[in-house]
Ligand binder design. Structure first.
Ligand code: ADP
Ligand code: MG
Length: 253
């Protein structure tokens, strides 16, 4: 990844969100969010249901149109009409709660399709990259399987391998383990932890406080469309400063 720098010598954040507002009709869902992820950082986002976590994440690659504010990806304004949105999105891997695999395609085809159509890779190259990533998530033996024949945890690892096959600069995860049976959560978190250790830039919406504490560089608590509190995960989790954070954590920890 190229790492551009600001005039003062500081590296440009991978993700910089400033003053982000989003409303649906009269319903204001994001009420002025400032949010930063540095290159190589893992930022975990927690908060009650409906607090705007998914909306924030979806604004970051413009699956949602911001109502006001600024979003810079590696220093480039994604709302600038000059910005090539497809190129920008290809640098951002997304993994959702529902795995969103193509049910009628084998695992290998799920991993090669966008590489060929979006990245324009040859079949051989796409297959080679797909196999590397299947190995990374521990599913080398499943390349011919169809999604319906895999467990939820395996499907989510395929979804991660698919996103990685695009060779993104950063990965966004929206509650990647929330749809999984408890015994399948660990394998998915293990893959994510390995990615983090390799230096991948990650934004992770999650309820897995153990993961946030162990892997996260920063923890952001959202409630009611604002960032209420953020800091080192161990500090936010063990010594929350805000009453709303304390109340939320007392329910989930
Ligand atoms: P979270 O991910 O924290 O649970 P969301 O970002 O999904 O929260 O939702 C925040 C609020 O925005 C909720 O009140 C939700 O009902 C509302 N919302 C989300 N998407 C839409 C939409 N497409 N149209 C209208 N309201 C929406
Ligand atoms: Mg959500």
């Amino acid at each position: 990844m190229n790492s551009p720098h600001l005039a003062n010598g500081e590296p440009v954040p991978a993700i910089a969100v400033r003053g982000l507002h989003k409303h649906y009709g009269n319903h204001e869902v994001l009420k002025g969010i400032d949010f930063f992820v540095d290159a190589g950082q893992v930022v975990c986002v927690i908060g009650p249901s409906g607090s705007g976590k998914s909306t924030l994440l979806r604004c970051v690659n413009r699956l949602e149109e911001p109502s006001a504010g600024e979003i810079l990806i590696e220093g480039v304004d994604i709302c600038d009409p000059e910005t090539d949105l497809d190129e920008m999105r290809s640098r951002i891997g997304m993994v959702f709660q529902q795995f969103n695999l193509f049910p009628h395609l084998s695992v290998l085809k799920n991993l090669t399709l966008a590489q060929r159509n979006v990245r324009g890779r040859s079949k051989d190259e796409a297959v080679q990259i797909a196999r590397q990533n299947l190995e990374k998530v521990g599913l080398s033996t499943k390349e011919s399987a169809y999604p319906a024949h895999l467990s939820g945890g395996q499907q989510q690892r395929v979804a991660i391998a698919r996103a990685l096959s695009m060779k993104p600069d950063m990965m966004l995860f929206d509650e990647p383990t929330s749809a999984l049976d408890p015994e399948l959560v660990g394998d998915v978190l293990g893959v994510m932890k390995e990615l983090a250790q390799e230096g991948m830039t990650m934004m992770v919406v999650t309820h897995e406080m153990g993961f946030a504490r162990e892997v996260g560089d920063k923890l952001v608590f959202m409630d009611g469309g604002v960032v209420v509190e953020e800091g080192l995960p161990v500090e936010v989790l063990s010594n929350p400063q805000h009453e709303r954070t304390q109340s939320f954590l007392s329910k989930v920890l």
